[in-house]
Design a protein. Structure first.
Length: 253
């Protein structure tokens, strides 16, 4: 499959997963944090879950310009993500300023800082850190909703499907979420698209951690010198995954 087709297919998968959610979402849209997210990352990462106000509070003019033609749903999630990211950066004493985006839709973080944003219909998180020991981070939030089997086969490898079938206690979106946060973590470094079947996840249920191995279908090279860390948390209403890369074996707890 060529890159453009792969990217289009993955976008379709992401959109299909989202529409699955919209069809089954709760009527009430109460934005709340149902758990402590701080264990998703090492302590030097500031993670902020968007408050109710953050979904509606206007951004600075440069940021608002990025969503001026967007539908209301997109404007809300963009504002939630940017406001949460500003709050996280403030905790780190990062210099204030607009968080624009590059040609790959990645947020452009202030010099010396890095981060990641995720939003679903009724939850949004931003995680930020000073660049240094941490080389990149990725975060994802998903509702605890089922995934239709028609979609799951585009996301899971055969090994992952078998693993999930053996562990019905795990949220069905775990593989999807972990791969989305993994993509956000690696894509800024690799700068090339890679699809869901490029990696196979190895999930450590008792420690709520995950790692991965590239599959035979993988067309990109993951930087060998960097150490990958993947974690997940299951709350009452949402699932969270976080990935980060460290330069070498370092204290990350
Ligand atoms: C990029 C992608 C992972 C984002 O996920 P999403 O379903 O749009 O939803 P999320 O809300 O979780 O994340 C959106 C945020 O991710 C960030 N983002 C977008 N593209 C990004 C990229 N290439 N790298 C890092 N972060 C990115 C942005 O901050 C965006 O929010 P914003 O536009 O409001 O700033 C997804 O759109 C995609 O392209 N997936 C296909 C590739 C993939 O997942 N492969 C799996 C490899 S194992």
């Amino acid at each position: 499959m060529n890159v453009t087709r792969g990217l289009k297919q993955c976008k379709l998968i992401s959109t299909a997963v989202e529409s699955d959610t919209i069809q089954t979402r709760r009527k009430s849209q109460h934005h709340y944090l149902d758990m402590d997210l701080s264990t998703l990352f090492p302590p030097q990462v500031a993670i902020v879950s968007a408050t109710n106000e953050m979904w509606t509070s206007p951004l600075c003019s440069e940021e608002e310009k990025l969503i001026e033609g967007s539908v209301a749903k997109r404007q809300r999630e963009f504002r939630a993500g940017r406001n949460a990211a500003h709050a996280a950066l403030e905790r780190l004493d990062a210099p204030p300023g607009p968080l624009l985006r590059n040609e790959n839709r990645q947020p452009v973080w202030p010099q010396g800082f890095l981060g990641s944003i995720s939003h679903c219909n009724d939850s949004c998180v931003a995680a930020c850190a000073a660049a240094g020991e941490l080389v990149s981070i990725g975060v994802d939030v998903e509702p605890l909703k089922p995934l239709s089997t028609g979609i799951a086969r585009y996301i899971d490898t055969d090994e992952e499907s078998a693993f999930m079938a053996r562990h019905g206690e795990l949220p069905r979106r775990l593989i999807f979420s972990a791969k989305e946060s993994l993509y956000k973590c690696y894509h800024p470094l690799i700068r090339r698209f890679f699809g869901f079947h490029s990696v196979s996840l190895d999930i450590d249920i008792s420690n709520r951690r995950f790692n991965f191995t590239p599959t035979e279908a993988c067309k990109v090279e993951f930087p060998q010198a960097l150490e990958f860390h993947g974690r997940f948390l299951v709350g009452e209403s949402h699932l969270y995954t976080g990935c980060f890369l460290t330069a070498a074996a370092s204290a990350t707890d």
